[in-house]
Every structure is written in structure tokens, then in C-alpha cells.
Design a protein around this ligand. Structure first.
Ligand code: ADP
Ligand code: NA
Length: 332
């Protein structure tokens, strides 16, 4: 019985990839264009769970805001803001730190990946990150969260937190959020290794397409992407055991608003010598205007700050009454 409201966030941890675009940003603007209420957040409090240089972080926040807008998020129709400007996120995260169990967080694979071997030296914030993410969502009573597949486990934790909070206090206060992990590009893979996800933290720049790459760089990275020597098959089953081929087909499908099966219908029997140049042209045609718009927006940082300030006021107007009710339920 909660009203449909979409929430999602991205960290300003430097650089946006084609994976962020297809798995997140593109879908954010699609939800907005369907007329659903959409709330999008630059999650800078998440970014500082690992070391950030302050000046670099400030720039990355503006760059990410420009990325959202260039990818089609319209600050007039969506609420677009910066997490640290709305205190409800940190306040609700503390309550959730007291709801979530150590055992739940101990199972989070992203913490294990990010902390690596040096677990004892990871920040407490990195460990508690999923509680803050749950607070981000629930501070708006959001019902749906568009994300890539890598966030699935965190969303399950958010659901567990909502259920436990509601049970512990005998209320039906927080909606149990539905993940929206849909479409052909929920997990865009590295261009160098089809078994690893495309990520800004991959040491090889050849493994990813950055939204700031120019046309030559995009075309060159696709031309050099790892593939096999087989032609494209007629059916999806023919892509089994061929992760690199499957990834390029998925990317093509997402960029052309088609499906992997639709792409194979068009290219079955063709080799990568034919397929890659068409994919490169498509990627340049789609990403070029986004890159140009980001560059244009970044020429006026004060305007970006103004947009984020207005977004924060609108976000706070929704979140403030919710956090006040949460305090009241808890007895604070
Ligand atoms: P990153 O994973 O690049 O560090 P975030 O953790 O801030 O960035 O993720 C931002 C959004 O982009 C999330 O919804 C995440 O699921 C999505 N995302 C990140 N990488 C990929 C990928 N390779 N394929 C699809 N979606 C992705
Ligand atoms: Na991620």
C-alpha cells in the first residue's frame, strides 16, 4: 500500500563506465520518463568508506551530477541531490546499524572483495555500508530500486532490515523494497576478460569504456575487445561458454533498445570483424552526445551546485517527516 517511488544512487568515486550507464543511469532516465516518481542520489557518504582526496571528491560529485543529467535525468522531473546534504541518510543509517545483525553483514561479498586480505584495516564504514544503503532507500519509503546485479545482495539485506524493523516495533512502516534488475545489461563485463565485471577500479583502462572517452578511444577499445574466432550464432544457446561474445551482444542490445535474441537475428553467421565496427559506431553515436553534454555542464560548476541544492531541499522535504516518525517509533 506504499506509493510507487523509485530510488537509486551512485558513488562519486571517480569516472563513470559503460556498465554504470547501461546498468544504472540509462534505466534511471527510463523510469523517470514513465512518469514514476524518481529520487536519485550522489552517494558521497558511501564514497568516503574508502580514502578520498577532498578536492578530488568535490570534483567527482559535480562530474557525476553532470553524468546523471547528460544521461537523461531531468532535475525538474526527478529529484537529484547529494547524500551528505540531507541528514536523514546518516540518521536512519544509525538506527539501522542497531537493527542489522553482525552475521548479516559478515555475509556481504562486496565487503570481502573491497576489503581484500587487509580486512582488519578496512574502515568500519565499509563494513556498515549496506546499512547506509538501506537507509538511503528507506528514508524515502522507496518501493523500487533500479541497480545492476552486483547490488542484489545489498538489496536483500535492505529487505531484511525493513522486515526486522517492522517486526521488532510491531509496525508496517518501511516498505519491503523490490529490486529492479532487468534488461540485457544488468552485468556488463570487462572487455578484456568476460568473467569479470566492467569496473572503474579495474587497473586496465582497456577493460572498460568510460563516459569521458572520445570516439576514437571507444572504437579502439571495442575493436581490441577480447573475443573468440567463431561467428555469431543464431540462438542464445549458441553463446553459452562464450562470455566475451555474450557480453558484446548484450551491450549491443542495451545500446539499441533491443534484446540479445533480436541482435542475433540480425547478425547470425557474421564474424566479429563485421560485428565490432557496427557496435563501435552504435556506441559512439549513443555515448558521444552524453560526453559532450557532460563537458558543457561542467563548465558551470555553480549551476551544478545550485541544481544539487534545490534537489536536496526537495529530498529533505520527503525524508524529514519519515525520519521523525522513525524516531518516534523507536522511542527517541
Ligand atoms: P561502481 O560499481 O562502478 O564502483 P557504484 O557501486 O556506485 O559504481 O554503482 C553504481 C551503479 O552502477 C549500481 O547500480 C551498479 O549496480 C551499477 N553497475 C556498476 N558496474 C556495473 C556493470 N559492470 N554492469 C551493470 N551495472 C553496473
Ligand atoms: Na558497485
Amino acid at each position: 500500500t506504499h506509493k510507487t517511488r523509485v530510488f537509486s544512487g551512485i558513488q562519486p568515486s571517480g569516472g563513470l563506465t559503460l556498465g554504470n550507464y547501461l546498468g544504472a543511469l540509462k534505466r534511471f532516465s527510463e523510469a523517470q520518463d514513465q512518469g514514476i516518481e524518481t529520487v536519485y542520489c550522489i552517494v558521497d557518504l558511501h564514497a568516503i568508506t574508502v580514502w578520498q582526496d577532498p578536492a578530488t571528491l568535490r570534483h567527482a560529485t559535480r562530474e557525476l551530477a553532470a553524468g546523471f543529467i547528460a544521461a537523461g535525468v531531468d532535475p525538474a522531473r526527478s529529484i537529484l541531490f547529494n547524500q551528505s546534504q540531507v541528514s536523514a541518510h546518516a540518521e536512519l543509517a544509525w538506527i539501522f546499524n542497531c537493527v542489522a545483525r553482525m552475521g548479516w553483514l559478515n555475509r556481504m561479498t562486496q565487503f570481502k572483495d573491497k576489503a581484500g586480505k587487509n580486512r582488519e584495516n578496512a574502515s568500519v564504514g565499509l563494513f556498515a555500508y549496506p546499512n547506509l544503503m538501506a537507509a538511503d532507500i528507506m528514508a524515502y519509503h522507496a518501493t523500487h530500486v533500479p541497480v545492476g546485479e552486483d547490488q542484489k545482495q545489498h538489496l536483500e539485506l535492505a529487505r531484511d532490515i525493513a522486515i526486522k524493523f517492522n517486526n521488532d516495533f510491531g509496525v508496517n512502516f518501511f516498505p519491503v523494497v523490490e529490486p529492479m534488475i532487468e534488461g540485457p545489461a544488468t552485468r556488463v563485463m570487462s572487455l578484456r576478460d568476460g568473467t569479470k565485471k566492467m569496473s572503474k577500479s579495474d587497473p586496465s583502462d582497456q577493460s572498460r569504456i568510460n563516459l569521458t572517452d572520445d570516439a576514437d578511444a571507444i572504437a579502439q577499445k571495442i575493436r581490441k575487445a577480447k573475443t573468440d574466432a567463431e561467428p555469431l550464432p543464431t540462438t542464445l544457446e549458441g553463446l553459452e561458454g562464450r562470455p566475451e561474445a555474450r557480453n558484446l551482444v548484450n551491450i549491443f542490445a542495451a545500446l539499441s533498445d533491443s534484446t540479445p535474441a533480436g541482435v542475433l537475428e540480425e547478425f547470425a553467421g557474421q564474424g566479429f570483424g563485421t560485428f565490432k565496427p557496427v557496435l563501435a559506431d552504435l556506441a559512439v553515436a549513443r555515448l558521444g552526445p552524453i560526453n559532450a553534454e557532460m563537458t558543457r555542464l561542467l563548465q558551470d560548476p555553480a549551476e551544478i551546485d545550485r541544481i544539487l541544492g534545490q534537489g536536496a531541499e526537495r529530498a529533505d522535504a520527503i525524508a524529514r517527516p519519515i525520519i521523525e516518525q522513525a524516531y518516534d517509533i523507536v522511542g527517541l
